[in-house]
Design a protein around this ligand. Structure first.
Ligand code: B12
Length: 254
């Protein structure tokens, strides 16, 4: 009888066999170590809305703050999704399911946190015309609300005309814009020009995957926001009396 010692042969010839990795294996390597956060991140990856809510309920019962869970668990799960999508390990339908589960989770966290009694100020948020990517915008809105601001959320793919009309109607202390595509971010320049034409000089914080500081610096009212958490920070800075130049000095890195 012939006995083939595959392991021995591989070792002798110094060959390393790569095990084929499933998307679940790849994701497992990226989840957070903390069991509570991990369960939520995994549910986001799998696009299982019920499991996301169950995980969030368990986390809140264990004493976690609902709004902190957006960053600490939901965002971590979405980062895994984004990384594996970029690597070509998972595909758009998976991403869409995860995005829906993420938005459901954000809504749940917002509802659990409740609303603060007297808003510190009003902020209008929107996603650029032609762009449907609204996860970042929803995080921005949730963090602003959690920090005591009233948020007028215009939603996604918002025509420039509608943004201008909302600013005139609501007179907010600040406007935010999100764009994930290099083709849609130019709407921000148009918003900027139309506001200036109407004599409105207000801080317009812009962020989202496609946007960077150099682009935002090309229009007068623009201040770049890298992380969603920069939105309430900038609103606080405006309340503290900072003008556009000072806001750029605080939020721009170079
Ligand atoms: C999820 C996703 C989708 C989902 C969107 C679901 C939804 N409801 O949002 C679906 C499947 C619908 C989708 C569709 C499409 N997508 Co898509 N999508 C993505 C993906 C994988 C992740 C985006 C995401 O949600 N990231 C997570 C969030 C949280 O990130 P974020 O929005 O940037 O927000 C963070 C910060 O930027 C910041 N932030 C955001 N806004 C603001 C604002 C302020 C004021 C501040 C302070 C901070 C801030 O806060 C957040 C974190 O702290 C990216 C790939 C990638 N690597 O990003 C592609 C990507 C954005 N999509 C892309 C494309 C091309 C498309 C489609 C055209 C695909 C198609 N062929 O149909 C369509 C777009 C249709 C349209 N008209 O918009 C491209 C864009 C390329 C480009 N640079 O122009 C990307 C980059 C993929 C790629 N590598 O090609 N997509």
């Amino acid at each position: 009888m012939l006995i083939v010692d595959k392991e021995g042969i591989l070792i002798r010839y110094n060959v390393k066999m790569e095990k084929s990795m499933t998307p679940e294996d790849a994701a497992a390597e990226l989840y957070p170590k903390d069991e509570i956060y991990r369960a939520i991140a995994e549910a986001i990856f799998e696009g299982e809305e019920d499991d996301v809510i169950e995980g969030l309920e368990a986390a809140i019962a264990a004493g976690k703050e609902p709004i902190a869970l957006i960053d600490d668990a939901l965002m971590v799960g979405m980062k895994v999704v984004t990384e594996l999508y970029d690597q070509g390990v998972i595909f758009l339908p998976n991403v869409m399911m995860s995005a829906d589960a993420m938005l459901e989770g954000i809504e749940f966290c917002k509802a659990e946190a409740g609303s603060s009694p007297k808003p510190k100020g009003k902020v209008v948020v929107h996603v650029a015309e032609g762009d449907v990517h609204d996860i970042g915008k929803s995080i921005v809105a949730a963090l602003l609300r959690a920090n005591g601001y009233e948020v007028v959320d215009l939603g996604r793919d918002v025509p420039v005309d509608e943004v201008i009309a909302a600013v005139k109607k609501e007179s907010p202390m600040m406007l935010t814009g999100t764009a994930l595509m290099t083709t849609t971010m130019y709407a921000f320049k148009e918003v900027n020009d139309r506001l200036l034409e109407a004599g409105i000089k207000m801080p317009f914080q812009c962020g989202g995957g496609a946007v960077n500081q150099d682009f935002v610096s090309t229009y007068e009212l623009g201040v770049y926001g890298e992380e969603a958490a920069d939105a309430p920070k900038m609103a606080d800075a405006i309340l503290a009396g900072k003008g556009l130049a000072q806001l750029r000095a605080i939020f721009h890195k170079h």
